[in-house]
Design a protein around this ligand. Structure first.
Ligand code: TTP
Ligand code: MG
Length: 386
């Protein structure tokens, strides 16, 4: 599936928020810093102040010389973080694939979007942020994060730039290698000492050669200079997803007694369900693992119609899988895994199934008893071992 990445970067973020809180500052050279009377540095300057050469990281003393009429304000991080979270929530209305990247940047991912639609969507996002927060942002759109990130800088402030695959070097080839994302002053210095100054020069060096000089980082340098990046957008509320949630149990004695095996299986299903609920996941596939006394191990899995985190459903499918594959041999170990995990926050099942609701309140009560009184404080009859 073709993916398009959007990089949203708010314009002069801290100063713009200060200008919003105090309309008298609108259109004025506002400089947000630490203590304006102390030896602090500039956090950011409004675009009006940038005209005077004021930059982030510049000592305030110097900024005052550059811009004597500047309005120096001590920053209020809480206010900026609050606005940042609000904006992220707004962005999540466009896609759940939102990766916060810094206090005023985020990556968004969209699948199968053609370029015209992408530009329309970019405009809608900008309009929405403008209407809701009276703030402007610049958006870069590209086939991956590196291209999108660099694209958002092309037209700032209030910009919207789409870069198609293959256009990267046309647009950034003449730029300094230090302008590439992820290349710091030390690498830049080393590249300069090798006579490599422009992005296109770096891009034309064979990857192997760069690996020889820089080790594994050489590969990153080559890919970056060529606008290649396969890193995924990681929505922060999803984090790095586990592939599965599973538990297994070695029976105290190898047995072919179905009741004993199934009672262990039920116990495992409850543990898996409980962990999924705790970590906020639903699964769409149940896998059962069966190891016999000869250590021959099989795994069998089944997809279910609707993602679930309910013990009953996990057990129902798990039991079926077990019975389909059990030939009466002695069993040593059983395991259950929930796969195809999705974050529950992305589903609203409550209104869909009243039966699921009933089950849900049941397991919630069981979970709360176990959270309070311990894992073994309450057991279903079927999971009491013989
Ligand atoms: P940036 O996005 O780098 O800058 P910006 O949003 O002010 O301006 P631009 O329009 O160029 O995107 O950083 C976001 C905020 O992070 C910025 O408003 C203030 C803070 N910041 C610092 O505190 N110190 C710094 O050195 C930098 C670069 C940013
Ligand atoms: Mg910014």
């Amino acid at each position: 599936m073709k993916r398009l990445i959007f990089h949203i970067d708010m314009d002069a973020f801290f100063s713009s928020i200060e200008q919003l809180s105090n309309p008298g500052l609108k259109g004025k050279p506002v400089i947000v810093c630490g203590d304006p009377e102390g030896r602090s540095v500039v956090s950011t300057a409004s675009y009006e102040a940038r005209k005077f050469g004021v930059k982030s990281g510049m000592p305030v003393v110097k900024a005052k010389k550059f811009c004597p009429g500047g309005i120096f304000i001590e920053g209020n991080p809480k206010k900026y973080v609050y606005t940042s979270i609000q904006i992220l929530n707004t962005l999540r209305e466009f896609t759940s694939f939102v990766e916060p990247f810094s206090v005023d940047e985020a990556f968004l991912e969209f699948l199968n979007l053609d370029y015209d639609k992408a530009l329309d969507l970019g405009k809608s996002i900008k309009n929405r942020i403008k209407q809701q927060y009276q703030l402007t942002c610049s958006i870069g759109i590209g086939p991956n994060k590196i291209v999108a990130k660099m694209a958002s800088d092309v037209e700032k402030p209030d910009g919207l730039t789409l870069i198609k695959p293959g256009e990267f070097l046309k647009i950034f080839g003449e730029k300094d290698v230090g302008d590439l994302w992820g290349i710091g002053p030390k690498t830049k210095e080393k590249l300069y000492s090798l006579g490599i100054r422009k992005v296109k020069e770096l891009a034309s060096i064979p990857e192997d050669e760069l690996i020889r000089i820089f080790g594994a980082y050489g590969s990153y340098l080559w890919m970056t200079a060529n606008g290649i990046d396969e890193s995924p957008v990681i929505p922060y509320f999803v984090g790095i997803d586990p592939k599965s949630i599973g538990h297994e149990y070695t029976l105290p004695r190898d047995t072919s007694d179905k009741r004993i095996i199934l009672s262990s299986l039920l116990r495992l299903c409850e543990q898996v369900g409980r962990r999924m609920r705790k970590e906020g996941y639903l699964c769409d596939t149940i896998m059962v693992k069966i190891r016999n006394s000869d250590f021959k191990t099989i795994t069998r899995q089944k997809k279910i119609a609707l993602p679930t985190d309910l013990d009953e459903i996990i057990y129902k499918v798990g039991k079926l899988l077990f019975l389909e594959n059990f030939k009466g041999e002695k069993i040593r170990l059983v395991g259950v895994s929930a796969k195809g995990l999705v974050k529950k926050s992305e589903f609203d099942f409550d209104s869909i199934f009243s039966e699921a609701n009933r089950q849900k309140s049941f397991v919630e009560i069981i979970d709360s008893i176990r959270n309070r009184f311990g894992e073994d404080s309450i057991r279903r009859c079927g999971s009491i071992r013989f």
